[in-house]
Design a protein around this ligand. Structure first.
Ligand code: FAD
Length: 483
């Protein structure tokens, strides 16, 4: 059997690893498609400025399920701490946990991917796949000048490009996507604004001020910044378990009522002594107060981050089973509060941001309502009637949720047009819950499986390093069960 993996980021790595490990995969030939710049690293961990940090402490993020400190050990066995600190600085939180750069994590990933792709049954094709056409018993893939016939396709193309909310594409100073930041030709005589005050906006502020810009404005609709990561905890769940949810779904004929889910959430928080109301009700609208609050409460605020993080791993067995009304209620009333406390920023970055704000070198603004390009400058207009004028605007609003809100690239455009994939109303494309088989107007495809953010409308919150590991394990298990 010939198996194609399209995309060589973290999800592609985990898929390859899980396929190779499975006892039934001995006869498979596996082809991994990606360009040389991204194979092994993906988009998030490509080579870039060494001050762009991972959002987890180095001892808590790795490629191994039961060895969270594998990356940290890898770093220590490859480089001295002095060398790293010279390159990246010494980024520690209140507990002394050290944060390394995403680039360094990319080195670790690339080495792991190289080890797998050297195996006999694996070949790499260093081109992007541009078309995929069904044929009898499989697919034909086009990459570079060649076509490849395969029996099964795993598509793992990563995140969608950003949405151009203000239709600025094509204007001279608009930067559609910030990464790699190092490739930006920063003109310190000119003025810059960043759209978005999340983690990518923070990367831009840190990078641009480091390059010598006097001031960077980060403007967004709500003007909020992400929470600051507190002390990590591990909980042994008593209520928030697959068994509980299976029992509820059984009682409600396959559906999971939101009220029942909230009830389980509250019970679990109470059982673990997590004061969810204290953290989720905190008003984060003032970024300085919010950052200071989180840093001050480092020891306790980690409770809510950690419990939400662990709950997120159940997303695939919860979200698809909420009714349409419950999904909408969740998005309107709860999602924003929960997201503020998911993917928190590293404490050293928060301290740096506070320092930049105090010296007016970083300005975080909410109420952004329009951005116009006029007379060689961008005009950022706010709800209170004020305006900023800058020469350059960077779009740091993060990846689009919906495929049709952006240009998803040649392959996805082609797949949508041929109706081999179809859009999910809650984001990305339609796949079967649990096993990620693609659902198209032609039915469910046993031999076409998609992982990662593109399935986010089904697999809620599946896009982190650890979540993709869990997803790959689950999907490969289901794949071999069907064979
Ligand atoms: C800037 C940034 C920082 C992040 N930081 C963190 C972090 O600190 N911690 C964390 O947990 N998560 C972080 N994330 C989330 C991150 O996206 C995921 O953790 C993870 O890297 C996604 O892996 P992936 O394999 O799905 O996608 P990617 O890593 O993007 O990999 C997808 C790969 O598919 C390839 N590809 C796409 N289309 C084709 C095609 N047609 N043919 C062949 N190849 C193709 C791309 O070149 C790419 O290499 C970050 C994301 C971004 C964008």
């Amino acid at each position: 059997m010939k198996v194609a993996i399209i995309g060589g980021g973290i999800a592609g790595y985990h898929l390859l690893n899980e396929l190779l490990k499975h006892k039934n995969s001995k006869q498979h030939e596996i082809m991994v498609f990606d360009d040389t710049n991204h194979l092994g690293r993906g988009m998030a961990f490509q080579r870039d400025d060494s001050e762009l940090l991972l959002n987890y402490p180095s001892n808590l993020i790795s490629l191994k399920k039961n060895k969270p400190d594998d990356f940290y050990r890898w770093v220590k066995s490859n480089q001295s701490m002095e060398e790293i600190q010279e390159d990246e600085g010494d980024n520690r939180d209140a507990e002394g946990n050290i944060y390394f750069s995403r680039q360094l994590f990319g080195d670790y990933l690339e080495q792991a991917m190289n080890k797998l792709t050297k195996k006999k049954r694996v070949t790499t094709v260093n081109h992007r796949v541009t078309a995929m056409t069904p044929r009898l018993g499989g697919y034909e893939l086009k990459a570079g000048d060649h076509s490849y016939e395969v029996d099964v396709v795993f598509l793992v193309p990563g995140q969608l490009p950003a949405v151009d909310h203000y239709q600025l594409t094509g204007t001279p100073g608009f930067i559609e996507w910030p990464y790699p930041l190092e490739a930006l030709d920063v003109d310190t005589d000119k003025t810059y604004a960043v759209i978005g005050s999340g983690l990518s906006g923070l990367d831009c502020i840190r990078y641009l001020t480091d390059q010598g810009l006097n001031q960077v404005i980060a403007a967004s609709r709500n003007g909020q910044v992400q929470a600051v990561r507190g002390k990590a905890m591990t909980y042994q769940f008593e209520h928030f378990t697959s068994q509980t949810f299976d029992a509820i779904k059984k009682r409600y004929h396959g559906l999971l009522p939101l009220a029942a889910l909230i009830d389980v959430f509250k019970k679990e928080c109470e059982a673990q002594g997590v004061d969810y109301k204290r953290w989720l009700n905190f008003d984060r609208r003032d970024p300085v107060k919010a950052l200071q609050h989180d840093i001050r409460n480092h020891g306790d605020i980690g409770d809510i981050h950690s419990i939400l993080y662990q709950m997120q791993h159940h997303g695939y067995e919860l979200w698809p089973y909420l009714s349409k009304t419950d999904k909408e209620t969740f998005m309107a009333n709860y999602e924003a509060k929960i997201k503020e406390n998911m993917n928190p920023m590293p404490e050293p970055s928060a301290e740096e941001l506070l320092e930049l704000i105090s010296r007016h070198r970083a300005v975080i603004k909410g109420g952004l309502k329009a951005v116009e390009y006029k007379y060689r400058k961008y005009r950022l207009q706010y709800e209170d009637g004020t305006e900023d004028r800058v020469h350059y605007v960077i779009n740091a609003t993060g990846p689009a949720k919906h495929v049709t809100d952006t240009d998803p690239g040649e392959l996805l455009r082609h797949l949508l047009d041929e109706q081999l994939i179809s859009e999910n109303p809650y984001g990305g494309i339609n796949v079967m819950p649990h096993d990620n088989r693609v659902i198209s107007p032609f039915g469910v495809a046993d031999d076409f499986i998609v992982l990662g953010q593109l399935t986010g409308g089904v697999n809620y919150g599946n896009n982190g390093v650890y979540e993709l590991l869990l997803e790959a394990k689950r999907v490969v298990k289901h794949f071999y069960r069907r064979r």
